[in-house]
Design a protein around this ligand. Structure first.
Ligand code: NAD
Length: 480
Protein backbone atom coordinates (compact mmCIF):
# COMPACT_ATOMS: atom_id res chain seq x y z
CA UNK A 1 0.00 0.00 0.00
CA UNK A 2 1.36 3.39 -0.99
CA UNK A 3 0.66 6.09 1.56
CA UNK A 4 0.53 9.65 0.37
CA UNK A 5 1.15 12.47 2.83
CA UNK A 6 0.50 16.18 2.92
CA UNK A 7 3.40 18.56 2.33
CA UNK A 8 2.99 21.32 4.90
CA UNK A 9 5.60 23.75 6.17
CA UNK A 10 8.36 21.93 4.31
CA UNK A 11 7.73 18.41 5.58
CA UNK A 12 5.53 15.41 4.88
CA UNK A 13 2.71 14.86 7.36
CA UNK A 14 -0.27 12.59 8.00
CA UNK A 15 -3.63 14.38 8.11
CA UNK A 16 -4.69 15.96 11.42
CA UNK A 17 -8.13 14.41 10.89
CA UNK A 18 -6.76 10.87 10.84
CA UNK A 19 -9.09 10.35 7.85
CA UNK A 20 -7.92 8.66 4.65
CA UNK A 21 -9.34 7.97 1.18
CA UNK A 22 -8.66 4.90 -0.96
CA UNK A 23 -6.57 5.36 -4.08
CA UNK A 24 -7.58 3.16 -7.04
CA UNK A 25 -5.56 1.88 -9.98
CA UNK A 26 -7.81 2.29 -13.06
CA UNK A 27 -5.92 -0.38 -15.02
CA UNK A 28 -7.02 -3.19 -12.67
CA UNK A 29 -9.66 -1.60 -10.44
CA UNK A 30 -7.71 -2.41 -7.28
CA UNK A 31 -7.06 -0.16 -4.28
CA UNK A 32 -3.33 0.35 -4.13
CA UNK A 33 -2.86 3.14 -1.65
CA UNK A 34 -4.40 5.72 0.59
CA UNK A 35 -4.37 9.48 0.64
CA UNK A 36 -5.18 11.99 3.39
CA UNK A 37 -8.74 13.30 3.47
CA UNK A 38 -7.50 16.55 4.90
CA UNK A 39 -9.79 18.65 7.02
CA UNK A 40 -10.05 22.36 7.67
CA UNK A 41 -7.42 21.89 10.41
CA UNK A 42 -4.86 20.73 7.81
CA UNK A 43 -5.73 23.60 5.47
CA UNK A 44 -5.43 26.04 8.39
CA UNK A 45 -1.95 24.67 9.14
CA UNK A 46 -0.99 25.01 5.48
CA UNK A 47 -2.29 28.57 5.51
CA UNK A 48 -0.33 29.53 8.62
CA UNK A 49 2.88 28.14 7.14
CA UNK A 50 2.28 29.88 3.80
CA UNK A 51 1.48 33.16 5.54
CA UNK A 52 4.65 32.93 7.63
CA UNK A 53 6.76 32.17 4.55
CA UNK A 54 5.32 34.98 2.43
CA UNK A 55 7.27 38.04 3.65
CA UNK A 56 10.58 36.35 2.96
CA UNK A 57 9.60 34.55 -0.27
CA UNK A 58 8.03 37.65 -1.80
CA UNK A 59 11.29 39.53 -1.17
CA UNK A 60 13.67 36.91 -2.61
CA UNK A 61 15.44 38.09 -5.73
CA UNK A 62 13.98 37.05 -9.06
CA UNK A 63 17.19 35.22 -9.83
CA UNK A 64 16.98 33.17 -6.65
CA UNK A 65 13.33 32.24 -7.27
CA UNK A 66 14.14 31.42 -10.84
CA UNK A 67 17.05 29.15 -9.88
CA UNK A 68 14.91 27.20 -7.42
CA UNK A 69 12.17 26.65 -10.00
CA UNK A 70 14.76 25.54 -12.55
CA UNK A 71 16.11 23.06 -10.03
CA UNK A 72 12.64 21.58 -9.57
CA UNK A 73 12.30 21.32 -13.36
CA UNK A 74 15.63 19.49 -13.58
CA UNK A 75 14.63 17.10 -10.82
CA UNK A 76 11.33 16.28 -12.55
CA UNK A 77 13.25 15.49 -15.73
CA UNK A 78 15.79 13.39 -13.86
CA UNK A 79 12.87 11.38 -12.43
CA UNK A 80 10.98 11.10 -15.74
CA UNK A 81 10.61 7.30 -15.69
CA UNK A 82 9.40 7.16 -12.08
CA UNK A 83 6.98 10.03 -12.56
CA UNK A 84 5.60 8.64 -15.83
CA UNK A 85 5.04 5.23 -14.23
CA UNK A 86 3.25 6.88 -11.29
CA UNK A 87 1.06 9.05 -13.53
CA UNK A 88 0.08 6.07 -15.66
CA UNK A 89 -0.70 3.88 -12.65
CA UNK A 90 -2.77 6.57 -10.95
CA UNK A 91 -4.67 7.82 -14.00
CA UNK A 92 -4.84 4.84 -16.39
CA UNK A 93 -3.17 6.75 -19.25
CA UNK A 94 -0.66 4.97 -21.51
CA UNK A 95 2.77 5.22 -19.94
CA UNK A 96 4.17 6.33 -23.31
CA UNK A 97 1.88 9.36 -23.24
CA UNK A 98 2.91 10.25 -19.70
CA UNK A 99 6.57 9.93 -20.73
CA UNK A 100 6.15 11.96 -23.91
CA UNK A 101 3.66 14.61 -22.77
CA UNK A 102 2.60 14.85 -19.13
CA UNK A 103 5.90 14.73 -17.30
CA UNK A 104 8.07 16.69 -19.78
CA UNK A 105 5.37 19.35 -19.85
CA UNK A 106 5.34 19.55 -16.03
CA UNK A 107 9.10 20.21 -16.13
CA UNK A 108 8.55 22.77 -18.93
CA UNK A 109 5.97 24.59 -16.81
CA UNK A 110 8.53 25.19 -14.06
CA UNK A 111 11.25 26.05 -16.56
CA UNK A 112 9.02 28.39 -18.56
CA UNK A 113 7.88 30.44 -15.54
CA UNK A 114 11.39 30.41 -14.04
CA UNK A 115 12.46 32.28 -17.18
CA UNK A 116 9.27 34.29 -17.63
CA UNK A 117 9.56 35.97 -14.23
CA UNK A 118 12.96 37.34 -15.19
CA UNK A 119 11.33 39.02 -18.22
CA UNK A 120 8.12 40.20 -16.55
CA UNK A 121 7.94 43.96 -16.13
CA UNK A 122 5.45 46.66 -15.32
CA UNK A 123 4.69 49.98 -16.95
CA UNK A 124 5.28 53.61 -16.25
CA UNK A 125 3.27 56.56 -17.56
CA UNK A 126 4.70 60.03 -17.80
CA UNK A 127 1.80 62.44 -17.18
CA UNK A 128 3.18 65.04 -19.55
CA UNK A 129 2.45 68.65 -18.65
CA UNK A 130 1.31 67.75 -15.11
CA UNK A 131 4.80 67.24 -13.67
CA UNK A 132 3.89 63.76 -12.52
CA UNK A 133 5.05 60.27 -13.23
CA UNK A 134 3.10 57.06 -12.66
CA UNK A 135 4.66 53.67 -12.26
CA UNK A 136 2.88 50.42 -11.70
CA UNK A 137 4.06 47.82 -9.22
CA UNK A 138 3.13 44.20 -9.84
CA UNK A 139 3.15 42.74 -6.36
CA UNK A 140 2.48 39.14 -5.35
CA UNK A 141 -0.97 38.63 -3.85
CA UNK A 142 -0.04 36.65 -0.76
CA UNK A 143 -1.38 33.16 -0.09
CA UNK A 144 -3.16 31.69 -3.12
CA UNK A 145 -5.03 28.43 -3.76
CA UNK A 146 -4.41 26.15 -6.76
CA UNK A 147 -6.88 23.32 -7.40
CA UNK A 148 -6.52 20.92 -10.31
CA UNK A 149 -8.35 17.97 -11.95
CA UNK A 150 -7.46 14.33 -12.66
CA UNK A 151 -7.05 14.23 -16.45
CA UNK A 152 -3.54 15.71 -16.80
CA UNK A 153 -2.59 15.52 -13.14
CA UNK A 154 0.96 16.87 -12.81
CA UNK A 155 0.79 18.86 -16.05
CA UNK A 156 -2.14 21.01 -14.89
CA UNK A 157 -1.05 21.12 -11.24
CA UNK A 158 2.33 22.63 -12.17
CA UNK A 159 0.75 24.95 -14.76
CA UNK A 160 -0.74 26.84 -11.79
CA UNK A 161 1.88 26.36 -9.10
CA UNK A 162 4.85 27.47 -11.20
CA UNK A 163 3.53 30.97 -12.11
CA UNK A 164 2.11 31.47 -8.60
CA UNK A 165 5.51 30.77 -7.02
CA UNK A 166 7.45 32.63 -9.71
CA UNK A 167 5.39 35.76 -9.03
CA UNK A 168 6.32 35.56 -5.34
CA UNK A 169 3.18 34.07 -3.82
CA UNK A 170 2.97 31.26 -1.30
CA UNK A 171 0.66 28.46 -2.32
CA UNK A 172 -1.83 25.99 -0.92
CA UNK A 173 -2.38 23.44 -3.68
CA UNK A 174 -4.73 20.49 -3.97
CA UNK A 175 -4.49 17.92 -6.73
CA UNK A 176 -7.48 15.78 -7.60
CA UNK A 177 -8.11 13.11 -4.98
CA UNK A 178 -8.50 10.67 -7.89
CA UNK A 179 -4.91 11.20 -9.10
CA UNK A 180 -2.77 12.48 -6.21
CA UNK A 181 0.43 10.44 -6.68
CA UNK A 182 2.63 12.68 -8.83
CA UNK A 183 1.75 15.74 -6.72
CA UNK A 184 3.04 13.76 -3.73
CA UNK A 185 6.24 12.88 -5.61
CA UNK A 186 6.59 16.57 -6.48
CA UNK A 187 6.52 17.47 -2.79
CA UNK A 188 9.50 15.14 -2.24
CA UNK A 189 11.36 16.91 -5.04
CA UNK A 190 10.58 20.35 -3.59
CA UNK A 191 12.18 19.24 -0.33
CA UNK A 192 15.19 17.95 -2.28
CA UNK A 193 15.42 21.21 -4.24
CA UNK A 194 15.52 23.22 -1.02
CA UNK A 195 12.31 25.18 -1.54
CA UNK A 196 11.92 27.16 1.71
CA UNK A 197 9.39 25.86 4.26
CA UNK A 198 5.81 26.94 3.73
CA UNK A 199 6.31 28.43 0.25
CA UNK A 200 4.40 25.56 -1.33
CA UNK A 201 1.96 23.41 0.62
CA UNK A 202 0.25 20.44 -0.99
CA UNK A 203 -2.86 19.31 0.83
CA UNK A 204 -4.61 16.16 -0.32
CA UNK A 205 -8.27 15.26 -0.01
CA UNK A 206 -11.73 15.42 -1.47
CA UNK A 207 -13.23 18.49 -3.06
CA UNK A 208 -16.02 18.83 -0.57
CA UNK A 209 -13.76 18.82 2.52
CA UNK A 210 -10.22 19.87 1.59
CA UNK A 211 -11.07 21.87 -1.54
CA UNK A 212 -13.95 23.58 0.19
CA UNK A 213 -11.71 24.56 3.13
CA UNK A 214 -9.25 26.18 0.69
CA UNK A 215 -11.82 28.18 -1.26
CA UNK A 216 -13.63 29.30 1.93
CA UNK A 217 -10.48 30.39 3.73
CA UNK A 218 -10.66 34.16 4.09
CA UNK A 219 -6.86 34.48 3.97
CA UNK A 220 -6.56 32.76 0.56
CA UNK A 221 -6.78 35.78 -1.71
CA UNK A 222 -6.90 34.16 -5.13
CA UNK A 223 -8.05 30.82 -6.48
CA UNK A 224 -6.79 29.27 -9.67
CA UNK A 225 -9.05 26.34 -10.50
CA UNK A 226 -9.22 23.85 -13.33
CA UNK A 227 -12.05 21.33 -13.37
CA UNK A 228 -15.71 20.87 -14.17
CA UNK A 229 -18.09 23.74 -14.91
CA UNK A 230 -20.44 22.83 -12.02
CA UNK A 231 -17.54 22.94 -9.55
CA UNK A 232 -16.38 26.23 -11.08
CA UNK A 233 -19.84 27.69 -10.53
CA UNK A 234 -19.77 26.59 -6.90
CA UNK A 235 -16.32 28.09 -6.38
CA UNK A 236 -17.38 31.38 -7.96
CA UNK A 237 -20.44 31.52 -5.68
CA UNK A 238 -18.31 30.84 -2.60
CA UNK A 239 -15.43 33.16 -3.44
CA UNK A 240 -17.30 36.13 -4.95
CA UNK A 241 -18.62 37.58 -1.65
CA UNK A 242 -15.01 37.59 -0.37
CA UNK A 243 -13.85 39.33 -3.58
CA UNK A 244 -11.16 36.75 -4.25
CA UNK A 245 -9.38 36.87 -7.56
CA UNK A 246 -10.57 33.93 -9.65
CA UNK A 247 -9.19 32.07 -12.63
CA UNK A 248 -11.54 29.30 -13.75
CA UNK A 249 -10.59 26.81 -16.46
CA UNK A 250 -13.66 24.65 -17.00
CA UNK A 251 -15.27 22.13 -19.32
CA UNK A 252 -15.43 22.07 -23.10
CA UNK A 253 -17.38 20.60 -26.00
CA UNK A 254 -15.05 21.56 -28.77
CA UNK A 255 -15.92 21.55 -32.47
CA UNK A 256 -13.56 20.02 -35.02
CA UNK A 257 -14.60 21.58 -38.35
CA UNK A 258 -13.34 19.89 -41.48
CA UNK A 259 -13.59 21.46 -44.94
CA UNK A 260 -13.01 19.47 -48.12
CA UNK A 261 -10.04 21.64 -49.14
CA UNK A 262 -7.91 20.58 -46.16
CA UNK A 263 -4.73 18.48 -46.22
CA UNK A 264 -6.61 15.24 -45.89
CA UNK A 265 -4.00 12.86 -44.49
CA UNK A 266 -2.73 15.27 -41.83
CA UNK A 267 -6.31 16.09 -40.89
CA UNK A 268 -7.25 12.41 -40.57
CA UNK A 269 -4.25 11.45 -38.46
CA UNK A 270 -4.65 14.52 -36.22
CA UNK A 271 -8.40 14.01 -35.87
CA UNK A 272 -7.82 10.50 -34.50
CA UNK A 273 -5.49 12.04 -31.89
CA UNK A 274 -7.73 15.01 -31.10
CA UNK A 275 -10.61 12.59 -30.57
CA UNK A 276 -9.00 9.88 -28.45
CA UNK A 277 -5.73 11.05 -26.84
CA UNK A 278 -5.71 10.31 -23.13
CA UNK A 279 -8.93 8.27 -23.66
CA UNK A 280 -10.63 11.46 -24.85
CA UNK A 281 -10.14 12.92 -21.38
CA UNK A 282 -8.52 16.20 -22.41
CA UNK A 283 -10.58 19.35 -22.08
CA UNK A 284 -9.31 20.33 -25.58
CA UNK A 285 -10.36 17.14 -27.39
CA UNK A 286 -12.48 17.83 -30.46
CA UNK A 287 -15.52 15.84 -29.47
CA UNK A 288 -17.91 17.26 -32.09
CA UNK A 289 -16.69 16.57 -35.61
CA UNK A 290 -18.40 18.48 -38.44
CA UNK A 291 -17.43 17.44 -41.97
CA UNK A 292 -18.24 19.24 -45.24
CA UNK A 293 -20.94 17.19 -46.96
CA UNK A 294 -19.00 16.65 -50.21
CA UNK A 295 -16.47 14.43 -48.47
CA UNK A 296 -18.48 13.19 -45.53
CA UNK A 297 -18.79 9.58 -46.73
CA UNK A 298 -15.09 9.27 -47.50
CA UNK A 299 -14.15 10.74 -44.13
CA UNK A 300 -16.57 8.47 -42.31
CA UNK A 301 -15.13 5.33 -43.90
CA UNK A 302 -11.48 6.31 -43.41
CA UNK A 303 -11.93 7.63 -39.89
CA UNK A 304 -13.69 4.52 -38.68
CA UNK A 305 -11.05 2.31 -40.25
CA UNK A 306 -8.33 4.22 -38.34
CA UNK A 307 -10.27 4.26 -35.08
CA UNK A 308 -10.74 0.49 -35.26
CA UNK A 309 -6.95 0.12 -35.44
CA UNK A 310 -6.49 1.81 -32.06
CA UNK A 311 -5.41 -0.68 -29.45
CA UNK A 312 -7.15 -0.60 -26.11
CA UNK A 313 -4.89 -2.15 -23.51
CA UNK A 314 -2.98 -2.03 -20.28
CA UNK A 315 -1.31 1.38 -19.86
CA UNK A 316 2.17 -0.10 -19.45
CA UNK A 317 2.09 -1.99 -22.79
CA UNK A 318 4.16 -0.17 -25.39
CA UNK A 319 1.59 -0.69 -28.16
CA UNK A 320 -1.39 0.59 -26.15
CA UNK A 321 -3.10 3.60 -27.73
CA UNK A 322 -6.01 3.79 -25.32
CA UNK A 323 -5.56 2.96 -21.65
CA UNK A 324 -8.14 2.84 -18.88
CA UNK A 325 -10.65 5.55 -18.03
CA UNK A 326 -9.88 7.23 -14.74
CA UNK A 327 -12.50 5.67 -12.47
CA UNK A 328 -15.46 3.32 -12.35
CA UNK A 329 -18.04 6.08 -11.84
CA UNK A 330 -16.56 7.96 -14.79
CA UNK A 331 -16.68 4.86 -17.02
CA UNK A 332 -20.32 4.38 -16.03
CA UNK A 333 -21.12 8.01 -16.81
CA UNK A 334 -19.57 7.74 -20.29
CA UNK A 335 -21.38 4.45 -20.97
CA UNK A 336 -24.63 6.08 -19.96
CA UNK A 337 -24.17 8.83 -22.56
CA UNK A 338 -23.47 6.22 -25.23
CA UNK A 339 -26.56 4.21 -24.25
CA UNK A 340 -28.80 7.26 -24.45
CA UNK A 341 -27.53 8.54 -27.82
CA UNK A 342 -29.73 6.26 -30.02
CA UNK A 343 -32.85 7.59 -28.28
CA UNK A 344 -32.22 10.91 -30.07
CA UNK A 345 -31.34 9.35 -33.41
CA UNK A 346 -27.63 8.73 -32.78
CA UNK A 347 -26.10 5.80 -34.67
CA UNK A 348 -23.10 4.08 -33.11
CA UNK A 349 -20.70 3.56 -36.02
CA UNK A 350 -17.98 1.87 -33.99
CA UNK A 351 -17.15 1.06 -30.38
CA UNK A 352 -19.56 1.70 -27.55
CA UNK A 353 -18.66 -1.24 -25.34
CA UNK A 354 -16.46 -1.85 -22.29
CA UNK A 355 -13.33 -3.85 -23.05
CA UNK A 356 -12.08 -6.74 -20.95
CA UNK A 357 -8.29 -6.68 -21.03
CA UNK A 358 -6.87 -10.11 -20.28
CA UNK A 359 -5.45 -10.30 -16.76
CA UNK A 360 -6.96 -6.91 -15.88
CA UNK A 361 -10.67 -7.67 -16.18
CA UNK A 362 -11.64 -5.23 -13.42
CA UNK A 363 -9.97 -2.28 -15.17
CA UNK A 364 -12.04 0.58 -16.63
CA UNK A 365 -11.53 0.06 -20.36
CA UNK A 366 -13.81 1.30 -23.14
CA UNK A 367 -13.73 1.02 -26.93
CA UNK A 368 -13.12 4.27 -28.83
CA UNK A 369 -16.60 5.25 -29.95
CA UNK A 370 -17.88 7.17 -32.96
CA UNK A 371 -21.51 8.22 -33.05
CA UNK A 372 -23.21 9.69 -36.11
CA UNK A 373 -25.75 12.18 -34.85
CA UNK A 374 -28.94 13.25 -36.57
CA UNK A 375 -28.90 16.75 -35.11
CA UNK A 376 -26.33 18.99 -33.47
CA UNK A 377 -28.68 19.77 -30.59
CA UNK A 378 -28.95 16.23 -29.19
CA UNK A 379 -27.66 15.62 -25.68
CA UNK A 380 -24.45 13.84 -26.67
CA UNK A 381 -23.59 16.78 -28.91
CA UNK A 382 -24.28 19.38 -26.26
CA UNK A 383 -22.93 17.94 -22.99
CA UNK A 384 -19.34 17.23 -22.08
CA UNK A 385 -18.81 13.45 -22.08
CA UNK A 386 -15.05 13.60 -21.38
CA UNK A 387 -14.31 10.11 -22.64
CA UNK A 388 -13.30 8.27 -25.83
CA UNK A 389 -16.47 9.31 -27.62
CA UNK A 390 -16.91 11.64 -30.59
CA UNK A 391 -19.89 12.56 -32.71
CA UNK A 392 -19.81 13.16 -36.44
CA UNK A 393 -22.22 14.89 -38.77
CA UNK A 394 -22.09 16.61 -42.19
CA UNK A 395 -22.58 20.31 -42.92
CA UNK A 396 -23.43 22.16 -46.14
CA UNK A 397 -22.17 25.71 -45.65
CA UNK A 398 -19.80 27.85 -43.63
CA UNK A 399 -22.68 29.73 -42.01
CA UNK A 400 -24.39 26.52 -41.00
CA UNK A 401 -21.31 24.99 -39.41
CA UNK A 402 -20.46 28.21 -37.61
CA UNK A 403 -23.91 28.31 -36.10
CA UNK A 404 -23.67 24.67 -34.97
CA UNK A 405 -20.14 25.11 -33.64
CA UNK A 406 -21.22 28.04 -31.47
CA UNK A 407 -24.54 26.56 -30.37
CA UNK A 408 -23.24 25.01 -27.11
CA UNK A 409 -22.82 26.50 -23.67
CA UNK A 410 -19.07 25.93 -23.80
CA UNK A 411 -16.35 27.92 -25.58
CA UNK A 412 -12.95 26.44 -24.84
CA UNK A 413 -11.28 25.48 -28.12
CA UNK A 414 -12.09 24.87 -31.78
CA UNK A 415 -10.17 23.18 -34.57
CA UNK A 416 -10.51 24.22 -38.18
CA UNK A 417 -9.25 22.29 -41.20
CA UNK A 418 -9.06 24.33 -44.40
CA UNK A 419 -6.52 25.87 -46.76
CA UNK A 420 -8.71 28.86 -47.56
CA UNK A 421 -7.12 31.88 -45.90
CA UNK A 422 -10.16 34.12 -46.07
CA UNK A 423 -12.36 31.44 -44.57
CA UNK A 424 -9.76 30.87 -41.85
CA UNK A 425 -9.86 34.53 -40.91
CA UNK A 426 -13.66 34.78 -41.04
CA UNK A 427 -14.19 31.73 -38.87
CA UNK A 428 -11.34 32.40 -36.44
CA UNK A 429 -12.94 35.74 -35.64
CA UNK A 430 -16.46 34.37 -35.25
CA UNK A 431 -15.86 31.09 -33.42
CA UNK A 432 -16.80 31.40 -29.76
CA UNK A 433 -13.71 29.77 -28.32
CA UNK A 434 -10.70 30.93 -26.35
CA UNK A 435 -8.34 28.89 -28.53
CA UNK A 436 -8.64 28.24 -32.27
CA UNK A 437 -6.31 25.77 -33.94
CA UNK A 438 -6.11 25.87 -37.74
CA UNK A 439 -4.70 22.80 -39.48
CA UNK A 440 -3.29 21.48 -36.21
CA UNK A 441 -4.35 20.49 -32.70
CA UNK A 442 -2.77 20.87 -29.25
CA UNK A 443 0.19 22.77 -30.60
CA UNK A 444 1.10 24.70 -27.47
CA UNK A 445 3.30 27.75 -27.08
CA UNK A 446 3.36 28.48 -23.36
CA UNK A 447 3.49 32.26 -23.95
CA UNK A 448 -0.02 32.35 -25.44
CA UNK A 449 -3.24 33.03 -23.50
CA UNK A 450 -4.98 29.81 -22.55
CA UNK A 451 -8.60 29.60 -21.43
CA UNK A 452 -12.22 29.57 -22.42
CA UNK A 453 -15.28 31.71 -23.07
CA UNK A 454 -18.87 31.17 -21.90
CA UNK A 455 -19.23 28.21 -19.51
CA UNK A 456 -15.63 27.15 -20.22
CA UNK A 457 -14.32 29.66 -17.76
CA UNK A 458 -13.14 33.06 -16.71
CA UNK A 459 -9.63 34.41 -17.16
CA UNK A 460 -6.60 33.17 -19.04
CA UNK A 461 -3.56 31.19 -18.03
CA UNK A 462 -0.20 31.05 -19.78
CA UNK A 463 2.69 33.44 -20.25
CA UNK A 464 2.39 36.90 -18.75
CA UNK A 465 -1.39 36.41 -18.39
CA UNK A 466 -0.67 33.97 -15.55
CA UNK A 467 1.87 36.30 -13.96
CA UNK A 468 -0.65 39.13 -14.17
CA UNK A 469 -3.28 36.95 -12.51
CA UNK A 470 -0.95 36.07 -9.65
CA UNK A 471 -0.01 39.72 -8.97
CA UNK A 472 -1.84 42.84 -7.88
CA UNK A 473 -1.25 45.94 -9.97
CA UNK A 474 -0.59 48.99 -7.83
CA UNK A 475 -0.13 52.37 -9.45
CA UNK A 476 2.10 54.92 -7.75
CA UNK A 477 1.70 58.54 -8.92
CA UNK A 478 4.51 60.93 -7.99
CA UNK A 479 4.18 64.67 -8.49
CA UNK A 480 7.48 66.43 -8.92
P1 NAD B 1 -13.97 18.43 -10.76
O1 NAD B 1 -14.57 19.78 -10.90
O2 NAD B 1 -14.81 17.34 -10.23
O3 NAD B 1 -12.69 18.50 -9.77
C1 NAD B 1 -11.61 19.34 -10.01
C2 NAD B 1 -10.93 19.65 -8.69
O4 NAD B 1 -11.81 20.41 -7.89
C3 NAD B 1 -10.56 18.42 -7.87
O5 NAD B 1 -9.31 18.64 -7.25
C4 NAD B 1 -11.67 18.36 -6.85
O6 NAD B 1 -11.31 17.70 -5.67
C5 NAD B 1 -11.90 19.84 -6.61
N1 NAD B 1 -13.18 20.19 -6.02
C6 NAD B 1 -14.38 19.55 -6.14
N2 NAD B 1 -15.32 20.16 -5.41
C7 NAD B 1 -14.72 21.23 -4.82
C8 NAD B 1 -15.16 22.26 -3.93
N3 NAD B 1 -16.41 22.30 -3.47
N4 NAD B 1 -14.29 23.18 -3.54
C9 NAD B 1 -13.01 23.16 -3.99
N5 NAD B 1 -12.51 22.22 -4.79
C10 NAD B 1 -13.37 21.25 -5.21
O7 NAD B 1 -13.34 18.09 -12.16
P2 NAD B 1 -12.65 16.71 -12.61
O8 NAD B 1 -13.72 15.68 -12.77
O9 NAD B 1 -11.51 16.43 -11.71
O10 NAD B 1 -12.06 17.12 -14.03
C11 NAD B 1 -12.73 17.03 -15.23
C12 NAD B 1 -13.21 18.39 -15.69
O11 NAD B 1 -12.12 19.29 -15.77
C13 NAD B 1 -13.81 18.36 -17.08
O12 NAD B 1 -14.98 19.13 -17.08
C14 NAD B 1 -12.75 19.03 -17.95
O13 NAD B 1 -13.22 19.65 -19.11
C15 NAD B 1 -12.19 20.02 -17.00
N6 NAD B 1 -10.86 20.45 -17.43
C16 NAD B 1 -10.73 21.72 -17.92
C17 NAD B 1 -9.49 22.15 -18.38
C18 NAD B 1 -9.29 23.55 -18.90
O14 NAD B 1 -8.14 23.97 -19.03
N7 NAD B 1 -10.33 24.29 -19.21
C19 NAD B 1 -8.40 21.28 -18.33
C20 NAD B 1 -8.59 19.99 -17.84
C21 NAD B 1 -9.83 19.59 -17.39
Amino acid sequence: METIQNYINGSLKDPESGMWLDNYCPANGAIYGRIPDSSKADVDKAYESAKTAFPSWSETTLEHRSRLLLKIADLIEANLERFAAAESKDNGKPIQLAKRVDIPRAASNFRFFAHAITQFSSESHDSVGLDAINFTLRQPIGVVGCISPWNLPLYLFTWKIAPALAAGNCVIAKPSEITPLTAFLLSELCIEAGLPEGVLNIVHGSGKTTGQAIIEHPGVKAISFTGGTATGEHIARTAAPMFKKLSLELGGKNPNIIFADCDYDTMLETTVRSSFSNQGQICLCGSRIFVEASMYDKFKTDFIEKVKELKVGHPTEAETDIGALVSKPHLEKVLDYIKQAPQEGGKILCGGNPVSVEGFENGYYLEPTVIEVATDTCKINQEEVFGPVVTIMPFDSEDQVLEMANKVKYGLSATLWTNDLKRTMRLSKKLEAGIVWVNTWMLRDLRTPFGGMKSSGVGREGGFEALRFFTEAKNVCIKY
